[in-house]
Every structure is written in C-alpha cells, then in structure tokens.
Design a protein around this ligand. Structure first.
Ligand code: 3Y8
Ligand code: NAP
Length: 250
C-alpha cells in the first residue's frame, strides 16, 4: 500500500505534487509554515514542523507512510537530515528530489563562499549597495557590516524589527523573471548580490541580470547532507515509486 509524505516548499515539490495527484497516488504534502499563505497544492496538505526526528517518526508511523519524497530546498538542511534519520529508524523508503547547483557561465563574476559568515566577510569595507536575496532567516550576520545599504526581498512583510538599519524592503514571492530582476538591480543601483546556490529556475533570474550588468555575486554553497538516494527529475521519482507506467498512460 503506497502512502507518500512529500516534504515540499520548492518549485520542484509543487510539480511533484501535480504528478502524484495526476497519477492518483495517495500522498500528503507538507509545508514548514514559514510563510503567511503558502501556494495551494493538489494534495492534502499539512503545515508546521513535526517536532524533530521523534515527532517525524511518530507521524510517519501514525500515517502508515511507505515512502518519503524530500523535495525541500537544498538549504533546508535540518529537515533533510531529520528525514534521513527518521527513515533510517523506521525503515521507510526515502528519496531526495534535488535540483543541480548553478554553475558559472562566461561573464559571471561569482565569489563562492561556504556559508553566510564568509559571505559577510567577502563584502567590501567601503559602503556598497547590496541585494540580499537570501530571505529573512539569515540576516543577522550582516549587522556586522552596517555601512552597506541592503535591499531585502522577503516573501512576507517582516513582523518585527530587522537586525539591519540601512534597508529597502521588497515583498515578493518568486519565481522571478530576468526583466524584473534587471530593473530591480538598476532601480536600486545594486553593486553586489548575496544569494544561495539554490539551483533551479525560480531564483535564477537575478544571476542572469547580474551577468548582464557586471554585478558581482557572492554565492553561498549549499550545506552538505548525509548520504541518501537523490534524483533530479519528477520522472525519476515516479520510476522509484514504481508508478512510471501510470505516468506513461495516454
Ligand atoms: C514556505 C512556499 C513554488 C515554490 C516557489 C524555488 C523557487 C520561488 C526563490 C530571491 C530568492 C529564498 C526564499 C526563495 C525562492 C521559490 C519557491 C523559492 C528565495 C516559498 C514557500 C516557502 C518559502 C520559504 C522561504 C524562506 C526563504 C526562501 C525566500 C509558499 C515561497 C530567499 C531562498 O520569510 C521567510 O521566513 C522565508 C523563508 C525559507 C529563505 C530564508 O531563509 O528566509 N524560501 N518560500 C515553505 C514552507 O513553509 O514549507 O509560501 O508558497 C517557496 C519558494 N521560494 O511552489 O513555486 O523553488 O527555489 N525562497 C533562496 O533560494 O535563496 C528567494 O529573492 O531571489
Ligand atoms: P530547515 O531549517 O531545514 O528546517 C527547520 C525545521 O523546520 C525542521 O526541523 C522542521 O521542523 C521544519 N520544516 C522544514 N521544512 C518542513 C516541511 N517541508 N514540512 C514540515 N516541517 C518542515 O528548513 P528551512 O530552511 O527553514 O525551510 C523551510 C521550508 O521552506 C521548507 O519547506 C523548504 O523547502 C522551504 N524553502 C526553504 C528555502 C531556504 O532557503 N531554506 C528556500 C525555499 C524554500 P521539525 O523539526 O519540528 O519537524
């Protein structure tokens, strides 16, 4: 009896949800509850943490889950680590659906860094105008360089004070397009971009705009994860589930 938990929150997860709904597979979609109004999904959806590994183990058992698809973001490392632990403890099958990291193209001025702290250190001392396209969870370290003006793009308006003083806030939910991101870099006279190497298409536009405008990009590498089975396409997941035939229907 196939019953799936789909850990979502990315473009790929939304496409995966559509494929599972189309195939009539019994699946539940899961959001962390980070945003005020997450995109609706074509599957029954739960929102919020499970309560660490023990909470996830209990949830998997209570819901008689047979397979877990981890389609969370490459930077959602804690969720992915918890899924690996919980599936190892319960013997439930796990696959990661992960998009490849972005690779530099001719004309890119990228400065890869291992983490947010290194990203802050890489910013210049002289005042700059920095587009922090990393969401709102990892802004605090940038308070170490208050001399810069920070353009923040957030999914929801901040509920409390931000750790940065010189800021302009743009509220927007991707996926983003090149023309709009080009205009954003121009209108705010951006001299540097800080971004996560998320991969995929939803956050890529700013990199394309940066290349055209010769804006340097400080690109944070994705965190390393323990070994697990990983595929990069929806079809690979359907094959893994043994539902490829359903998909190959007319
Ligand atoms: C809550 C679900 C879909 C999914 C769309 C993708 C594309 C647009 C681009 C920039 C970069 C950033 C951020 C971003 C993108 C997609 C994808 C992606 C980056 C939603 C969503 C949830 C989140 C959480 C949110 C984080 C934040 C990160 C903004 C929904 C819209 C910066 C990551 O306010 C907060 O606390 C926001 C938190 C985690 C990173 C951070 O640390 O702040 N995503 N983003 C998911 C949940 O609750 O489980 O609300 O509908 C999903 C998407 N965001 O279905 O089409 O797949 O990558 N999301 C990054 O990549 O750098 C924006 O601005 O250029
Ligand atoms: P994280 O740091 O890896 O996870 C922290 C905790 O949040 C997890 O331990 C878990 O809580 C809960 N959680 C995370 N994802 C969940 C999910 N899909 N369903 C249920 N609970 C979840 O996660 P994050 O980086 O904050 O990302 C949160 C969500 O935003 C994920 O859905 C991710 O796909 C999406 N997202 C993240 C980024 C990013 O840059 N990090 C970008 C785009 C989208 P418990 O321990 O209580 O179970």
């Amino acid at each position: 009896m196939t019953r799936i938990l789909l850990l979502g929150g990315t473009t790929e997860a939304s496409l995966m949800a559509q494929a599972l709904a189309r195939a009539g597979v019994d699946a539940e979609f899961s959001y962390a509850g980070r945003t005020d109004s997450p995109a609706p999904q074509p599957l029954p959806t739960r929102v919020g943490g499970f309560g660490g590994v023990p909470g996830l183990v209990a949830w998997l058992r209570d819901h008689r889950i047979s397979h877990v698809i981890d389609a969370t973001h490459p930077f959602a490392a804690q969720m992915s680590r918890n899924a690996i632990m919980a599936c190892a403890q319960t013997g439930i099958a796990l696959v990661g659906l992960e998009r490849a990291a972005w690779q530099p193209a001719p004309g890119d001025d990228w400065h890869p860094v291992p983490d947010v702290t290194a990203a802050v250190a890489t910013l210049p001392e002289a005042p700059a105008r920095v587009f922090l396209a990393i969401g709102k969870q990892t802004l605090a370290p940038f308070a170490a360089k208050p001399q810069h003006h920070y353009l923040l793009r957030l999914v929801d308006p901040p509920t409390g004070p931000l750790p940065l003083k010189l800021t302009t806030i743009v509220i927007a939910r991707g996926p983003f397009d090149v023309a709009a991101d080009n205009a954003l870099l121009h209108d705010h006279a951006i001299t540097h971009i800080v971004a996560k190497n998320a991969g995929g298409t939803g956050a890529e536009a700013k990199l394309t705009a940066a290349r055209a405008r010769g804006v340097p990009v400080i690109l944070i590498d994705r965190p390393a994860l323990p070994a697990r089975k990983v595929v990069s396409t929806i079809d690979d997941v359907m094959v893994w589930l043994g539902h490829a035939d359903t998909e190959r229907g007319v």
